[in-house]
Design a protein around this ligand. Structure first.
Ligand code: ADP
Ligand code: MG
Length: 331
């Protein structure tokens, strides 16, 4: 018979997680098993972020398995640390589970989380465990940053060029395939799109490199490019003008959009969950930023500019229109 978390209980669960995670790195002076964790940061500024993933709000268990879910729950938080110019140190993983959840589900969840942690250089140093009616994973990540490299949404200035890392729309394309709106035979890159949705890659080194080379605002793209640009514009009290033709689309996004009869650019603007970076740069820093970011293996593409007029504009085929900024809102 397969064992459930109800069978082994909260303390059985925590012991199991602790065994699975093994010994953390030296930065964790006290890890799982005491009242609180004790970390030894290297003396820089602390960067702290938290993000919850709720079943049937952020994910459905028939679209993402436990290992990918564990991985993603770490990656999305690390992406927020990166967007501040920081590097991750430790994660705290709080989970609510139905009592009939299989123990193997939790094992797989932590396997995935550990894989992300070893890839992005952090430890799981604690968490909390509770019973719930649905699965909830809340992750807090503590990181550190050189104060000189911290980048805020409010740092953009008129005349800055706007850049994005990588290619956009992959996660939204993957989700539409998982939802069954697009059959996977209709898109050659179906597997890559689904992988982008399940295992996003936070741009830690690219953000630090861009900040070091003098970029201004940085934000990670969790709600869609349009929403992130609106945040930067609002916080910096500026506007943006971007070119639809310049937005780098991930391979397969055009095919998926064509199948649906939708505009592929909308996947980048409104899809969200790409976890790429959008950043702004003054003219004198552009070539240095391009060089520094390229060295991290990440492509930067210029998509437009920051303007002093407080409007959000997008041009397509020589025609300019207002950029709809409605991202996902929970309420
Ligand atoms: P307390 O009652 O003091 O809050 P807990 O029983 O909640 O302690 O947790 C005991 C230890 O196990 C703590 O170090 C906590 O961080 C860790 N822990 C609890 N649940 C989890 C989890 N889901 N993942 C990782 N660590 C956990
Ligand atoms: Mg507790």
């Amino acid at each position: 018979m397969k064992r459930t978390v109800g069978d082994i209980g909260e303390f059985g669960m925590i012991q199991r997680i602790r065994d699975l995670l093994g010994t953390p790195s030296e930065r964790v002076f006290v890890g799982i098993g005491d009242d609180a964790a004790v970390l030894e940061p290297s003396g820089k500024a602390l960067v702290v972020t938290t993000d919850m993933l709720l079943e049937d709000v952020h994910f459905r268990l028939d679209w993402i398995g436990p290992a990918d879910l564990g991985y993603k729950s770490i990656a999305v938080n690390v992406s927020d640390i990166a967007a501040m110019g920081g590097k991750p140190l430790a994660a705290f993983v709080s989970i609510a589970l139905r009592p009939n959840t299989l123990v193997s589900f939790v094992d797989d969840l932590y396997e995935g989380a550990m894989e992300a942690c070893s890839k992005f250089g952090l430890d799981i140093a604690g968490g909390d465990t509770s019973r719930g009616r649905k699965t909830v994973i809340g992750v807090t990540v503590v990181g550190e940053a050189d104060k000189a490299l911290v980048r805020k949404r409010s740092d953009a200035k008129p005349g800055d060029s706007i850049f994005v890392t990588g290619a956009l729309g992959a996660s939204a394309g993957g989700l539409r395939i998982l939802e069954g709106d697009v059959p996977d035979y209709a898109v050659d890159e179906a597997k890559a799109l689904i992988a982008a949705h399940r295992r996003p890659i936070p741009r830690i080194d690219a953000a630090v490199a861009a900040a070091g080379a003098g970029c201004r605002a940085i934000e990670d793209i969790s709600d869609g490019l349009a929403a992130e640009l609106a945040h930067i514009a609002e916080a910096s009290q500026v506007g943006v003008r971007i070119r639809a033709e310049s937005i780098p689309l991930a391979a397969g996004v055009r095919e998926a959009a064509a199948f649906l009869g939708e505009d592929p650019v909308d996947f980048a603007l409104h899809g969200g969950e790409d976890y790429e970076l959008v950043l702004t740069a003054p003219a004198e820093a552009v070539s240095g930023i391009l060089n520094a970011v390229e060295k991290t293996g990440v492509i930067l593409t210029e998509i437009g500019e920051i303007i002093s007029e407080r409007s959000l504009l997008i041009s397509e085929g020589g025609k300019e229109s207002r950029l709809e900024a409605a991202g996902y809102s929970h309420f």
